[in-house]
Design a binder for this molecule. Structure first.
Ligand code: ATP
Ligand code: MG
Length: 566
């Protein structure tokens, strides 16, 4: 491609409101343009990178026996009602009516439709199958942000494994795990696998692949000493024992005290935060409940959702609290509460001598024995793990860091096959629901994650596997016929050798050309100028590290042709 004819609209300045590096660089370097929040156009360079990611993913899916499909993006709402997800997914599902006033949705994911297609399988002999597509997904995200890291319209490779039994699923899951490892290696991103919550999808084992980055929206707990790694939504850690001072249950006055910290300050010996019970009034799928945490622990909402199998959780409002408990936040407690469901965090199990609100403004209870005084309906792990806590496996202090979720693999089981009618006959002639797995990778998010992981102050540094072009031939003086003929010659020879090459034939100053080439991140630059041409040489610069060497014009093609790069 000739740069003079290419559409590569580089910008001098960062787009306003762009915090993530990938958002800034992909925009400035002319890869993407925002149409509206969460909707981006892929410009020619961006499209080339995405096509390479697409190809790598396809090759690895085909290697594990995947068969590519392409399903509709518009679905009758009826399908989503049948699986229950029409209600379950809520506002993230794009919905619209067509001219016949029929309800439709835009494809959020495709478990339902693949399971319907799997209904055409009839025998165990047809299994296993791995089906995939690379297609646009639509999600009305509450906060689209960070360029293409979180958008409302994106390309996903989603695949589905179909097996006769759980052993088969384990095998398909492992094959996907291996394929994902190979994909991320080829993309040049360091992605680690972490245990994840199964969330609203329903299923058992769930593993996410995470790239460490400040632009990530997930928090990961990992142990530097062993292989424990989990999404914070699911992570657990060991707590040191607390010594209790049991006592009589007794009400005492706490005028104006409304917070854990204020109570601890007023009664330092009696009520340090770890001896308090935090009482949160939550509305879980429209049902009020009390959620109890240790005073110094924070509730992690996704854990509450997972523990209750609910869809939506929200904190109660002040008037609801007063109506249900007769007091305001700051004086609430679960002692003697019979009428509401009480869900307590494991850290409160067996605790005695605790302090909690008395459901009477300005009063608390002391000497609370959780087993004796509180009717707990459900015990669950609900708390947020913090950095420095002891690893559940080995006891070393854990780290907590931000990550970008670049992929997700997931054992679904038979939920969708049962709902959508995907049954096969087993060896004995009995009808069994197909056991499914579901696996996703976002193409644009991976593109952005590569940039987050691979850039410097001058711009993007693409790994060769996904770079839009491998080489840019930079002609220093387009008005010098000898320079141009040498540059054009290299451009032709490189292309003939199968090297994707861009020739910078624009009448710009060298400094500007270098800056642009560095910004867009082409792995190799061959600089051709009058002095070098007279001596029969060019300069070869590697984008990573910007090391430069002199090279004979006659050696350029050999050096840069496939397999010759080093
Ligand atoms: P997140 O927790 O980030 O919202 P998710 O759990 O909803 O992700 P999945 O449904 O598992 O994501 O989708 C599979 C993959 O699709 C993700 O690993 C990610 O690479 C990509 N992806 C998901 N949502 C988005 C989005 N809004 N924008 C870009 N890529 C996305
Ligand atoms: Mg999501």
């Amino acid at each position: 491609m000739r740069w003079s004819q290419a559409f590569i609209p580089t910008l001098r300045d960062d787009p306003a409101d762009a915090e993530a590096v990938s958002h800034r660089l992909l925009t400035r370097a002319g890869y993407i343009r925002q149409l509206a929040a969460g909707h981006y156009s892929m410009l020619p360079l961006g499209q080339r990178v995405r096509a390479k990611i697409d190809r790598i993913i396809r090759e690895e899916m085909d290697r594990i026996g995947g068969q590519q499909f392409h399903l509709p993006a518009v679905h009758p709402a009826e399908i989503w009602k049948r699986s229950g997800r029409y209600q379950l997914i809520g506002d993230e599902l794009f919905r619209f009516k067509d001219r016949k006033q029929a309800d439709n949705v835009l494809g959020f994911t495709h478990e339902e439709i693949f399971a319907m297609l799997a209904g055409e399988l009839s025998s165990y002999r047809d299994l296993p199958q791995i089906w995939y597509q690379i297609q646009t997904k639509f999600r009305d995200e509450p906060r689209p942000k960070s360029g293409v890291l979180r958008v409302r319209e994106f390309t996903m490779k989603d695949s589905y494994s179909l097996d006769l039994d759980w052993d088969g699923l384990d095998h398909s899951f492992d094959r996907h795990y291996d394929a994902y490892r190979r994909i991320f290696t080829r993309l040049g991103v360091t992605a680690v696998d972490v245990e994840a919550s199964s969330g609203a999808m329903g299923g058992s084992q769930s593993v996410e692949f995470m790239v460490r980055s400040p632009a990530g929206e997930d928090w990961i707990v990992s142990c530097p000493n062993c292989d424990y790694r989990a999404n914070l939504e699911r992570a657990v850690a060991r707590l040191p024992e607390v010594e209790d001072q049991p006592g009589e249950l007794e009400e005492f006055a706490t005028p104006e005290i409304r917070t854990i910290a204020a109570l601890a300050e007023a009664f330092p010996a009696l009520a340090p935060p770890e001896r308090q019970i935090k009482t949160l009034v939550q509305v879980i799928d429209d049902e009020p409940a009390l959620v109890l945490m240790r005073g110094d622990h924070d509730l992690l909402e996704q854990k509450l959702i997972d523990a209750t199998g609910s869809t939506r959780v929200r904190p109660a409002q002040a008037d609801e609290m007063r109506q249900w408990l007769g007091a305001s936040a700051g004086s609430l407690g679960a002692v003697g509460v019979e009428q509401l469901t009480v869900i307590a965090d494991h850290a409160l199990e067996g605790r005695r001598g605790m302090v909690t609100g008395a459901n009477k403004d300005d009063f608390h209870f002391r000497g609370v024995d959780v087993a004796r005084d509180i009717k707990v309906d459900k015990w669950a792990d609900l708390r947020t793990v913090e950095a420095g806590e002891a690893c559940v496996r080995c006891g070393s202090p854990v780290e907590v860091w931000r990550g970008i979720e670049v992929g997700h693999i997931f054992k679904l089981g038979t939920k969708y096959s049962e709902l959508m009618g995907a049954y096969v006959q087993d060896e004995k002639g009995e009808s069994r629901p197909v056991v499914m797995g579901s696996y996703g990778i976002g193409l644009e998010r991976n593109m952005a994650a590569i940039v987050e992981a691979s850039h410097d102050e001058r711009g993007i540094i693409w790994p060769e596997s996904v770079a839009p072009y491998r080489v840019v031939v930079t002609a220093l003086r387009v008005d010098d016929p000898a320079t141009m003929s040498a540059a054009e010659n290299l451009y032709r020879l490189l292309r003939e050798a199968g090297v994707e090459t861009l020739i910078d034939d624009r009448p710009e100053r060298p400094g500007e050309k270098f800056a642009d080439a560095e910004l867009i991140g082409i792995p190799w630059r061959v600089t051709v100028g009058p002095k070098g041409v007279a001596a029969g040489t060019a300069e070869l610069t590697r984008r990573a590290g910007l090391s430069t060497e002199e090279i004979a014009l006659t050696d350029v093609v050999n050096r840069l042709a496939e397999g010759g790069l080093s």
